[in-house]
Write a protein that binds this ligand. Sequence first.
Ligand code: NYM
Ligand code: MG
Length: 216
Amino acid sequence: TLTQHRGRGALICFEGLDRSGKSTQSKRLLEYLKQQGDVELWRFPDRETPTGTLITAYLENAESLDDRAVHLLYSANRWEKMQGMVKKLESGTTILLDRYAYSGAAYTAAKNIQGASLAWCQASDAGLPAPDRTIYLHMSPTAAASRSGYGKERYENIRFQEQVAQQYNALAQQEPASWSIVDADQDVDVLSTEIQHLAMTVLDDVKQGRALRHLR
Ligand code: NYM
Ligand code: MG
């Protein structure tokens, strides 16, 4: 039978250092994709949930937590949204992610904690929906720092961001086919256009029947 079936939505993730422009670019892509169909922008950490409240207190230095404990909180913060995410995707809505599991792995691995290798850091997110594409906003830590400066949150310093960049690099090399590395230190409109083109190729792949995968 020829039943009209609306395919699943695409899962597109933005990653990059603090101040690399993820929020700006993900919002711009959201507006652009609204012309094509149903699309939502989700951001991690989701600061509204119970784990999100704890994470915010930690980031603002109001709370000190063990590094592994906070790592698992970030991961739990994603897991608590997982069923809703899968349902949305299955119903045909595209989801844009402003940070996701790759931030979790990169930021904790950047701490160089004995015993918390990159593989250890990735383990707690295994099984979550895998992005169809991860758009990495590449920018040097010095260039990012010179953009209207960092806030007062934990991690927002050049030294640490250099370590984060190294970990992102290792993650990109694990999945070269699903990572697109774009130059985030260029004109914001030019970059938006580049990202729009990229996103359209992803939406096409998904329309052709590309299956939703899971993080390993
Ligand atoms: N961060 C974010 C982590 O350390 N682990 C994670 O799993 C995620 C999703 O939170 N400096 C860090 C990176 C950021 C901080 O995010 C807050 P944002 O996008 O700057 O509000
Ligand atoms: Mg930040």
